[in-house]
Design a protein around this ligand. Sequence first.
Ligand SMILES: [Zn+2]
Ligand SMILES: [Zn+2]
Length: 259
Amino acid sequence: MKMTKAFMLRVLGRYAPFPAKNSNCSGYLLTAGEDNFLFDCGNGVLSNLQNYLDLSQLSALFITHHHSDHVADLIALRHAYEDLQSRGEVTSKLPVYTPPYPQDTVAELEEYPGFDIKFLAEGEDIIIEDKKISWSVTNHFLYCAAYRVEYKEKAFVYTGDNAYDNETIEDNSTADIINLSKGADLLLTEASLEEEWKKEPEKRHMSARDAASLAKEAQVKHMVISHFHPRADLRKLLRESKQIHPNTSLAVEGTSYLV
Ligand SMILES: [Zn+2]
Ligand SMILES: [Zn+2]
């Protein structure tokens, strides 16, 4: 009998814009059958990732955007991967999917011999064997991608950083992220803000209630909230989120969640 291959998320880091003590910034390992996809590579992620696999087993890296809490360990990964290449433990470059902006930053990445930089192109899905990865642009300070991975009739969505506002639901990025998240089995979403913090101008992030509203609107089955400010009261965020979308979990470093 053929076993169903795992489709599973593991949280490697959950803080922003800097890590809490003994913790990490954004990084998530998505196992889909034979593939190991890393989503973002923030502070501390490369170290934690090695608890779960040998770096030679990575299939691809997906970057949402180039804020440091999502890419701080990218240069460390570069060195680690070039080391694997020099010892013959990997024979090909690591595919790195990234927005094409900021141009100077991504141009530098193209210089690294360990990386095969693949720029996201609007309207184009990514196919990796039997997985389909689609994406949309979020509402954030930098050009940021949200990703949807479909495998074995299940769907995982990761929002990256994003502002969400029910009042401006006709806003393209909000409509796009609802569409991208539609019916997802597992939605990994940022929930950076306590509700009161949204009064500060121009946050371009979601509160737990925003995240839950997105999950409800998109009729997702299970939501994991993450990307917490180290000062945030996580129990409060979870409580606020569950009032709108009951099937919500907190991201916990080292914990895995089935898609
Ligand atoms: Zn950001
Ligand atoms: Zn961030």
